[in-house]
Ligand binder design. Structure first.
Ligand SMILES: CC(C)(COP(=O)(O)OP(=O)(O)OC[C@H]1O[C@@H](n2cnc3c(N)ncnc32)[C@H](O)[C@@H]1OP(=O)(O)O)[C@@H](O)C(=O)NCCC(=O)NCCS
Length: 150
């Protein structure tokens, strides 16, 4: 796992537009490459964002992003061809450890998960997150799972 950089622009664009990713996102419309590029470059520069790429050998297999506020919000995407192989909870665990290691202010991490995203719920529970509350994001019902800094 390493911090994301500009070489990850294309792969993160592909993963962001994958149908499962769009379906499980709170803003479900397709993203153009221009939109993604602007968004990604802004996030790379921002102190409020931390983004990591996970590789298996030379193959990039996942992307984890934290948005930092009084709490941090985590998002994860695994490459479509590497889903369903049991990697998710270990990647979440590794990413959280890496994230907290780089922070002086150890804020809890929250995951906002749409109610039908069973694979994501199971992955976060397995990674030590606990159900915190029901919530609504962009008019969509979701569940919030939280893990305290360790
Ligand atoms: C959500 C995501 C990260 C999970 O990763 P994954 O590789 O598919 O999940 P894993 O193979 O590690 O499986 C995790 C758990 O979910 C279960 N699972 C996997 N796919 C499932 C599916 N389609 N339906 C129900 N459960 C599923 C697994 O059995 C496992 O449960 P267990 O540990 O109790 O056996 C991945 O599917 C993904 O990138 N999805 C698109 C983006 C997304 O939804 N991100 C999360 C937004 S909150």
């Amino acid at each position: 796992m390493r911090e994301a950089n500009s070489s990850d622009l294309e792969i993160t664009f592909q993963w962001a537009n994958d149908s499962e990713t769009r379906k499980n996102s709170f803003y479900s419309s397709t993203i153009s490459f221009v939109e993604h590029s602007e968004w990604f470059r802004k996030k790379l520069k921002s102190d409020q964002s931390k983004m990591y790429i996970v590789s298996l050998g030379n193959t990039k297999i996942g992307f984890v992003r934290f948005e930092i506020d009084t709490e941090a919000t985590i998002g994860i995407v695994i490459a479509p061809e590497y889903r369903g192989k049991g990697f998710a909870s270990a990647i979440i665990d590794l990413a959280c450890a890496r994230f907290w290691k780089g922070q002086t202010n150890l804020v809890p991490v929250c995951a906002f998960i749409k109610k039908n995203n069973e694979a994501s719920v199971r992955s976060f529970l397995k990674a030590g997150f606990n159900f915190e509350r029901d919530d609504v994001v962009n008019g969509v019902c979701c569940q919030v799972f939280k893990k305290e800094a360790q």
